[in-house]
Design a protein around this ligand. Structure first.
Ligand SMILES: Cc1ncc(COP(=O)(O)O)c(C=O)c1O
Length: 575
């Protein structure tokens, strides 16, 4: 096992320890860009003469720029110091030097990955970075498709957009065949879940032309333009999506944005440990069938927003495969791994602090249909950088739109035609690319940093366990640690007040930044009741549970060199 010293070269450091090296590299980037500009069309001559630069008005405007910059830098002194290991609040911490250098270099070139006309190199880098992520999660990098987004929310939207596309194709064919009396009305639900191969086979068998399908497409005609009720003979309440109770708020947002209605996001219950309950998933699939509500997608989460937990992704996949093999129901499995995606670096590690159960959930990534991963979380890349991946080009398809002023793009390459966003920076892609070249996405590369963050979680947990009235939330699957502050036999409402007061006190002090969250009874009922039992807090059966949340992702949090032991110091602060 290599020592950890090399890892210290990856970040600027809490005291800017690597400032000299970083400064030299930034200068290298600048001088390279200057020379590149000078070498492109030297025959064109200068646009800014030496005399210009000596004119009073030129100098005056430069001064204005300079003082505005000073003002900006001065106001940034008040920015949240997220680089320090004392910041353990939200899902952000240090940003890595490879990603900063790559972003800086790309900023100066400013490619627009909407089109290869404006991003000859940017799009190539993006493709390679997507391959790096695909390899990490276990997709075949040659077949996988995807692109970088501005955030995890948009990556989740990208997934739903594709699910809707394929649902619409199947729905159109189902309606067309039922309308022509080629298939009985009773087949409606099943026809909405056929495989793509079966869909193609049926289109050929019944000679269904594209124009006919388009007449029944709710995406082309609008949901009010297709007489679904008349064709299937019963009221149609639309498709649903199955999301676990621990889902991020981007899912109900997506349901609203895509016009499906908030109520179309059906919640799959959580078990007593706060993870997706596979039995409830099975029941919800049956309920959807009974109610004739086609299922757009099934989402599971790797690294939940509240607790950093990992759903049983392999078990969810196994349920979906049973439905496929038994009843020919093809259900799209999307994994929202916005936070936890990079932990799949560790899936082959035999020495990981992650449990076998969690590692096997990451192993199952290889089988799912699509994944969201946020490099701007555990990839240590600056904002705004999310990523959306699918396992093959069929899953990547969407309806084609036209943009006469841009070169035609294919339906399977990242570009304006296949991304929800229009103009897209290549900076995030380059940051991921340079990170992967420096620290490969495996247990010997980036995984070593992630492993340290899990170690930090254990160190904090054992320090906090010794503080009176601190009740740790278990399980804690990754590097997020939550706790409540309550004495034995406190009522849950009293416990919540005490936890909130403690949170406000920590917030008022300058020493540590933490976050707090509320485990909602509507989602976490079983877990709340178990935790109250374990902590001997009186559960009233109705209140939610407030907890303080530590996101322990800073790479230096268990530093042996620094003069402070952060875990001990935090525990002391609580005392
Ligand atoms: C599980 C999960 N999904 C999606 C998101 C959304 O990511 P973003 O804030 O980048 O939009 C988050 C953010 O914390 C998350 O935790």
């Amino acid at each position: 096992m290599p020592s950890d010293i090399a890892l210290k070269s990856i970040f600027l450091g809490p005291q800017s320890e690597n400032a000299d090296w970083f400064e030299r590299k930034v200068e290298e980037v600048l001088s390279h860009t200057f020379k590149w500009r000078q070498s492109r069309f030297p025959q064109d001559g200068r646009a800014i003469s030496l005399q210009d630069t000596q004119q009073a008005e030129f100098i005056a405007l430069q001064k204005k720029m300079s003082s505005a910059l000073q003002e900006l830098l001065h106001s940034l002194e008040g920015e949240t110091p997220k680089f320090t290991p004392r910041y353990i609040g939200h899902m952000v911490s240090e940003i890595s030097l490879p990603s900063l250098l790559a972003e800086f270099a790309l900023l100066l070139h400013n490619p627009n990955n909407a089109s290869k006309e404006a991003a000859k190199v940017g799009l190539v880098i993006e493709r390679q970075a997507i391959e790096d992520l695909a390899k990490m999660i276990g997709f075949n990098p040659n077949l996988a498709r995807g692109h970088f987004t501005s955030c995890g929310t948009v990556a989740n939207f990208e997934a739903l957009w594709r699910c809707l596309y394929w649902f619409d194709r199947k729905l159109s064919l189902a309606l067309c065949l039922i309308d022509k009396n080629k298939k009985p009305k009773e087949d409606f639900f099943n026809l909405c879940h056929v495989s793509r191969e079966k869909w193609l086979e049926l289109s050929v068998q019944f000679s269904v032309q594209e124009v006919e399908l388009n007449r029944f497409s709710i995406l082309l005609q609008g949901p009010w333009g297709v007489p679904i009720r008349e064709i299937i003979g019963t009221p149609f309440r639309g498709p649903i999506l199955l999301v676990p109770g621990n889902r991020h708020y981007s899912w109900p947002k997506a349901a609203a944005v895509f016009g499906l209605g908030n109520a179309s996001a059906w919640t799959v219950s959580l078990d007593k440990d706060g993870r997706l309950d596979v039995n409830d998933l099975k029941q919800k699939i049956e309920q959807a069938r009974k109610e004739q509500r086609p299922i757009l997608s099934v989402t599971s989460v790797a690294g939940t927003t509240e607790l950093g937990e990992v759903d049983p992704i392999g078990e969810v996949q196994a349920v979906l495969e049973q439905h496929k093999n038994g009843q020919g129901l093809h259900l799209w499995h999307h994994v929202d791994a916005a936070y936890g995606g990079f932990f799949s670096c560790l899936k082959k590690s035999e020495t990981s602090l992650l449990s076998q159960k969690i590692l096997s959930a990451f192993e199952a990534f290889a089988k799912v249909d699509s994944i969201t991963i946020d490099p701007h979380k555990l990839g240590y890349v600056p904002y705004a950088c999310g990523a959306f991946l699918v396992k093959d080009e069929i899953h990547y398809q969407t309806y084609q739109v036209r943009a006469p002023y841009l070169q035609k793009e294919t339906a399977v390459q990242a570009g304006w035609a296949t991304t929800l966003e229009g103009s897209r920076s290549a900076a995030g892609a380059a940051a991921v690319w340079l990170t992967a070249k420096t620290l490969p996405f495996d247990s010997a590369g980036l995984g070593r940093i992630l492993e340290k963050t899990i170690e930090a979680k254990h160190v904090f947990a054992s320090e906090l366990a010794q503080v009176q009235n601190i009740n740790l939330v278990s399980p804690s699957d990754t590097n997020v640690l939550c706790f409540s502050f309550a004495s034995k036999s406190d009522d849950i409402k009293v416990a919540n007040n005490k936890t909130m007061n403690l949170f406000e006190k920590i917030e008022r002090e300058p020493n540590f930044s933490v976050s707090r969250t509320t485990l909602l009874r509507s989602s976490y009922a079983k877990m709340i009741s178990r935790l109250c039992g374990e902590w001997q807090v009186v559960d009233d059966g109705i209140s939610d549970l407030v907890v303080i949340r530590l996101v322990l992702m800073n790479p230096f949090i268990v530093s042996k060199e620094m003069q402070i032991d952060f875990a001990k110091s935090f525990a002391q602060e609580l005392k």
